[in-house]
Structures are given as C-alpha cells and as structure tokens.
Design a protein. Structure first.
Length: 307
C-alpha cells in the first residue's frame, strides 16, 4: 500500500475539520461526538432529512457526497455495507483525501477497498467499531475502533479518531481491522448461544432469570481467561500444555449436558455442533489434550469441519 498522492497535504489544526458520509445511528453518534469536541463536521446522507437533523447541532450539510468529500481532507465513511460505499463514492474525486472506512465489512472488503482508494489517489484506513451507538463519545464506555491500513494516516489523525472512541491500530494489512472485529463478534455469538441454552434450561422451573443472571455472568467471567492458555497452546502447537480438563473427560461430560437438556425439554441444537467437533478430535487420538486443537478441524485447508 502506498501513501503517495498527487496533491499537497493540508496542514492539520487542533480541531481537524472532517467529513462524515452516513447519518444512520452510528454515523450520527460519531458526528455528535466530533461536534461536541469542537471539530467542524460536514455531513452527507443519502436520505437528506437525517443529515439535516444534525445541522441544528452545528454540522454543515452537503447536498452530494462529492461536495462533502471536496470539503475536507479527512473523510469518514459509515454506511450500510461495502456496496453502499462504492455507490456513494462512484465518480467522486478522492485525490489527496484521507479516507477512513468505518462501514462493517469483511477482510476481503477492506483489502479491495484499500486498493480501490489508493488507485484514486487517497490514503486509506479500514475500521471495525467495537461499540453500539450509545457507547460512542461516552466517557468510560469501553468503546474502541480497530484500524488497519495506512500507518501514516493513522498516526496523523490519531487524536481526531480517538474523540468518539478509543483506537487500536492492528497493522498495515487493510483487512486486519475487519478480521479482528469479526473474530471478536464470532466469539460473542458463540457465548450468546450458550447463554440462550442456559436460560432455556431454567425457564420452566421456579428459578428467576434475574437471580440466575449474576451466576451466569460471574461464571463466564471466570472462564474467560482460558483464552490465554488457548493462545499459548496454539502458538507452541502443544495442545497438552497445562491441561486442566482433558478432551476425553470433556466429551464424557457432554452426555450429562445432553441428558439434562432432554429432561428439561430443551433442544440441544446450539450445543451439538461443537460437541461433534470434540468427538472428531477425540477420535483422532487427542484425548489427553485440551480442546484447543479443534481449531485445526475448522481450517478448511486441512479438510475442515465438513470432512
């Protein structure tokens, strides 16, 4: 990726002016955070009424995406999907612009959009927002954004980018922000699956969900540090390192989980795919190891989960 463009750079100011394309829930939260911090913001949205609502709060509203992009060197894009980004910026002159794409996409989207932007004379960062709109601009919310792509762009605009949420730069590869984002969201999805199953088990009993929730949260919190052991095992390739409960024991224990689900009249469909992988890895002779090695079964280059 190159940072060369054919236009001179505009000097930065303590309150860098910027353009935001997209005034949905997240885009609006971003605009408000920058406005509150004193940054001049130009905003454009495909549905003008949403952008006009921000005018009363101090934003300048552009009639077209091209007009908005022309107004400022730093351009933030927060639209529905990658196709929306392409449509909004089709034919727009990006020469000399610093394009930061906060639209949710895949790693391949990020890499392709980086090449697309560079070919049009722009520097590019892709971003993955780890927050929901109410967390943006809220002190202590824990919100942050993964960024990947042009390091020089990130370093120059770090302070401005840090206004609505924390920043975590994860590499020159423009696909890494989306990869980190989706990997964390995927883990979250698996956790929510387990939470749903747990609540299903108790819902017909005289157990109040509100009483059960603190127990569930504390247990998940206690188990979370196991990711560090899994990382160490993956980095060394030693899946038997510091094993506490080996795979053979875990597979044997699955029978109790399945039997309990049956007794409670609860479908085990959220559990059985993972249990199936456990049984396959056990059958390959890894009973004395931890379950971490099942990552190899998910690698389609090895044969994958469909094998």
């Amino acid at each position: 990726m190159t940072d060369k463009t054919s236009a001179p750079r505009i000097p930065l100011t303590p309150h860098t002016p910027l353009t935001v394309l997209g005034a949905g829930a997240m885009g609006t939260a971003l605009v408000r955070a920058w406005l509150a911090a004193g940054h001049p913001v130009t905003v454009w949205n495909r549905t003008p009424a949403r952008a006009e609502a921000l005018a009363a709060e101090g934003a300048a509203v552009a009639r077209t995406a091209a007009e908005a992009v022309a107004g400022n060197r730093l351009v933030i894009v927060c639209l529905l999907d990658d196709a929306s980004v392409g449509a909004a910026l089709d034919g727009v002159d990006l020469t000399g612009r610093d394009l930061v794409n906060l639209t949710t996409g895949t790693p391949a989207d990020g890499r392709a959009r980086a090449a697309w932007a560079t070919a049009r004379g722009a520097r590019f960062l892709d971003g993955g927002i780890m927050a929901v709109p109410p967390m943006i601009g809220a002190a202590g919310s824990g919100a942050y954004v993964f960024y990947s792509g042009s390091r020089t762009l990130f370093d120059e605009h770090r302070d401005t980018l840090a206004v609505p949420a924390g920043t975590r730069y994860v590499g020159e590869d423009a696909g890494f922000a989306a990869l980190h984002d989706v990997a964390l969201l995927s883990a979250m999805t698996g956790m929510f699956a387990g939470v749903s199953h747990a609540f299903a088990l108790i819902r017909r009993e005289a157990i109040a969900p509100g009483d059960f929730a603190p127990l569930l949260a504390s247990w998940l919190t206690a188990m979370a540090p196991s990711v560090h052991l899994a990382a160490a095992q993956l980095e060394t390739g030693d899946y038997g390192k510091d094993v506490v409960s080996n795979l053979a024991m875990q597979v044997a224990g699955n029978a109790t989980l399945l039997r309990t689900a049956e007794e409670q009249g609860v479908s085990a469909e959220l559990l059985t795919p993972y249990m199936g992988l456990m049984e396959r890895w056990l059958a390959e002779g890894h009973g004395e190891e931890d379950a971490t090695g099942m990552v190899e079964l998910l690698d389609l280059g090895r044969g994958g989960a469909s094998a």
